[in-house]
Design a protein around this ligand. Structure first.
Ligand SMILES: [Zn+2]
Length: 234
């Protein structure tokens, strides 16, 4: 009953305020969400979740210990994913983040990731930054992935203690240096012996994730897998 009422309501809303495709601006059909069917087909999916030795995994190989690593789609300059993530991160459009999180969750579920992940941990933002943005983008993604994989989220135990500011103008070495000791695990016991899926929006040099893994690796018996929505490629 509640479900049919809410779908009736969303049908009415759709009628009053038709949503537009974030890719091409066309009016979306009621069964379409964020992107129209043509623009969905343009998403440059990596299919990395099906390949163990993928580019995401290679970016971390020999630098940190992890089980699996994957990214949903290629993030290129002026590409559709860059546009979507800008909408999500800088224009407050959380629907776009949820949409991408769902896509990632479905891809991971198909590959059986739900059977061995114990807990999802979004890459934390510094408190100041989370306040100014109003939300942590990784958390929005994590909520969808957690729901689809049917795994709990822990967004309180890994915290960011250093506000590193924007990193875009820094080199890989500078970024990695900046991220050293930027994160902290509050209570080891909550993560001990668990297989954690660490989630972030875009993978560039990997410095942020490496910073998180440095903190997480202090926990006994922990296993870490990594997933991001985008992987930046040149
Ligand atoms: Zn479109």
């Amino acid at each position: 009953m509640i479900k049919s009422l809410s779908s009736l309501w969303s049908g009415m809303l759709h009628f009053i305020y038709p949503s537009l495709c974030e890719g091409c601006g066309k009016t979306l059909l009621s069964q379409e969400e964020v992107l129209c069917i043509e623009c969905v087909a343009l998403l440059p999916l990596t299919m990395y979740h099906q390949i163990a030795e993928n580019q995401t995994a290679q970016r971390f190989a020999g630098r940190i210990n992890f089980e699996n690593a994957t990214s949903l789609a290629y993030y290129t300059k002026e590409g559709i994913l860059q546009h979507l993530l800008q909408e999500f991160k800088y224009r407050g459009n959380k629907r776009v983040g949820s949409f991408l999180g769902k896509k990632l969750g479905i891809a991971l579920k198909k590959e059986g990731w739900s059977s061995n992940i114990d807990m999802i941990v979004p890459v934390p933002l510094h408190l100041k930054k989370a306040k100014s943005r109003g939300y942590n983008q990784s958390e929005v993604i994590a909520q969808q992935v957690a729901e689809i994989l049917n795994v709990s989220i822990n967004n309180l135990n890994l915290i960011r203690i250093k506000n590193t500011g924007t990193q875009t103008s820094k080199s890989r070495v500078e970024r990695a240096d900046n991220m050293k000791n930027a994160f902290l695990v509050k209570e080891s016991a909550a993560f001990a012996g668990k297989h954690i899926l660490l989630l972030d929006d875009v993978l560039t040099t990997g410095a942020t994730i490496e910073g998180c893994v440095a903190a997480l690796s202090t926990v006994a018996g922990i296993k870490i897998s990594i997933a991001t929505i985008g992987i930046a490629t040149n």
